[in-house]
Design a protein around this ligand. Structure first.
Ligand code: ZN
Length: 166
């Protein structure tokens, strides 16, 4: 799916980081911005992750019906993407979320607050970087950390520049 080839919206990256800090409300805020900004189909992926965060938020607040309802909604958005899209491991997210919901169902409405939050797993992704040539302004190619300019031949090793990405 060609929508999966691009890079992630910066607010989506912020959202994923917050998701992994289990700050689900804040995740929702960032992804909502990414969703609103994004004109392409990938906005539906952002919507799915947003709903996944809301599912987890409901679980932490003991809202059994809300968790199940938003989980279904989330899967509707997440279901049709390839296993990896824009560097995000969507398949892992789907499986992790399913495990959360299985446990929620097992606990039931009465005991949902006993949910073991270690079952909230991290979303994993590879952040693609955009390299712009400092000599000619062209978009550069990256392969295994070797970055080269197709226009002027400028090249460097991305590990030389790690200081800029801390
Ligand atoms: Zn160049």
């Amino acid at each position: 799916m060609e929508d999966c080839d691009g890079i992630l919206h910066p607010k989506a990256v912020e959202g994923l980081k917050l998701f992994n800090e289990k700050k689900f409300f804040e995740t929702h805020e960032e992804l909502e911005t990414a969703w609103r900004d994004e004109p392409g189909k990938v906005r539906e992926l952002y919507q799915g992750i947003l709903q996944a965060a809301v599912t987890c938020l409901h679980v932490t607040r003991g809202n059994y019906d809300g968790a199940l309802k938003v989980y279904e909604r989330s899967m509707r958005w997440l279901r049709n993407w390839p296993d990896v899209c824009r560097g995000i491991d969507v398949e892992k997210l789907r499986n992790d979320l399913e495990a959360v919901i299985l446990e929620v169902r097992k606990l039931g409405r009465e005991r949902i607050l006993e949910f073991d939050t270690s079952l909230f797993k991290d979303v994993t992704w590879n952040e693609k970087r955009i390299w712009i040539c400092d000599r000619c302004g062209a978009r550069m190619h990256e392969k295994n950390c070797k970055v080269s300019c197709p226009n002027c031949g400028n090249r460097f090793d991305c590990s030389d520049l790690n200081i800029y990405f801390d």
